[in-house]
Design a protein around this ligand. Structure first.
Ligand SMILES: Cc1ncc(COP(=O)(O)O)c(C=O)c1O
Length: 380
């Protein structure tokens, strides 16, 4: 019989919708956060070269020295912060980075504070570490930005960690520097670990983004090449560890992960070293797609009254149409538009669908036309 832990792990609805959408022809995919642009050519060349050169052995569990050096430089260039390569552990995607961080920071029964809404997988990561989920509600009227005073009501000396995510999934909200530094202060006062998921960094199109590392060295920072470089299937991420946790994280990574694939590390290093001169264009595309969707959402009566500032998601309030699972089914089956039901992302998204605009601008326009036509002829 599966363990209690396995039984308590809920499915990831976006992947379930993706699977169902795969069985239907001609679907516009707005259910997953899969960037429509290709990885940098330099990444592909470096990975293929590495494979051809026989660079396919285990590496250090921490990642190759040259990749960790490239990541360290990335933090210096982007945020002006000094992150020694010794504090970086490379993992096969940022998801394993989150898992090893949780396992290193949380003892059984300890509280981990998430926002609500939050990335759908976070509660499962907390449960895998035998932690207890506590939440701080976010309000669309505040643009889904967290409020330090609300955290003060929930975080105390018994809290093991607060898990932050900016730019945020599923809201697209971007946390400002004052909020981040206020939360870092609170974490210091209560001896709470800060775990900051920065996987959407580089994709804020309407706000300035800050790394938590600008305010403290004492944080777990997760990032990777999936979103910023359009390399989701490469499976390459990392965690910057607080100095006192590096060895603990590495011990767990050694046992559970061995290392990230060696040739993928070579490709990721090339992508990171080459820089992201092309990203402003991507951000402009995302802003345009967001605006197309927000205009449509207002027309449809789905507008939540907030404006996503980054990542590539928007929450649409479909409560006037019915249960979001039913609405998602009708959108998929009758209009060929796949979106993810909101309840997976917490109570605060329970009336919503999450639409990803990582798909092309053309596809976003097509989805809007299809839903226009559907709503003109049916009641869901
Ligand atoms: C907030 C957030 N964190 C982490 C991940 C996982 O990213 P990776 O592909 O690096 O495992 C995702 C993927 O959608 C995400 O939305």
């Amino acid at each position: 019989m599966p363990s209690e832990r396995a039984t308590a792990t809920t499915p990831f609805a976006a992947m379930d919708v993706l699977e169902r959408a795969g069985e239907i022809d001609d679907v516009v995919h707005m259910e997953v956060g899969e960037p429509d642009f290709r990885p940098p050519a330099a990444a592909t060349e470096a990975a293929v070269d590495a494979l051809r050169a026989g660079d396919d052995d285990y590496t250090s569990s921490r990642g190759t020295a040259s990749l960790r050096d490239a990541i360290s430089r990335h933090y210096a260039d982007e945020y002006g912060v000094d992150v020694p390569p010794e504090r970086i552990v490379v993992t096969p995607g940022s998801s394993p980075a989150l898992l090893v961080s949780m396992l290193a920071a949380v003892d059984p029964g300890e509280d981990v504070v998430l926002t609500d809404p939050h990335y759908a997988c976070y509660p499962n990561f907390v449960r895998l570490a035998d932690g207890t989920v506590r939440t701080v509600g976010l309000d669309p009227a505040d643009g889904f930005e967290p409020n330090v005073a609300d955290y003060e009501q929930v975080v105390d000396d018994d809290t093991a960690a607060m898990l932050l995510n900016s730019p945020g999934n599923p809201t697209g909200a971007v946390m400002d520097g004052d909020t981040l530094s206020g939360l870092v202060d609170l974490a210091e006062r209560t001896d709470t670990a800060v775990v900051s998921d920065e996987v959407y960094h580089g994709l804020a199109f309407d706000a300035e983004e800050h790394s938590v590392l600008e305010y403290t060295d004492d944080a777990f920072v997760l990032d990777g090449v999936s979103k910023r470089y359009g390399m989701t299937g490469w499976r390459l991420g990392w965690v910057v560890c607080p100095p006192e946790y590096v060895d603990a994280v590495n011990r767990i990574a050694q046992n559970a992960l061995i290392c990230a694939p060696s040739f993928v590390q070579a490709g990721a290093e090339a992508a990171i070293r080459e820089g992201t001169d092309w990203l402003p264009e991507v951000r402009e595309d995302y802003r345009e797609r967001r605006d197309i969707l927000l205009d449509a959402a207002e027309r449809w009566g789905f507008d939540l009254g907030y404006t996503p500032e980054g990542a590539y998601y928007v929450l649409l309030d479909v409560s006037d149409l019915g249960d979001p699972f039913d609405v998602a089914d009708v959108f998929l089956e009758d209009a060929g538009v796949a979106m993810t039901p909101g309840p997976d992302f917490g109570e605060g998204a329970s009336d919503c669908l999450r639409a990803s605009f990582a798909t092309s601008t053309e596809d976003v326009r097509e989805a809007v036309e299809r839903i226009d036509a559907l709503l003109a002829e049916t009641t869901v």
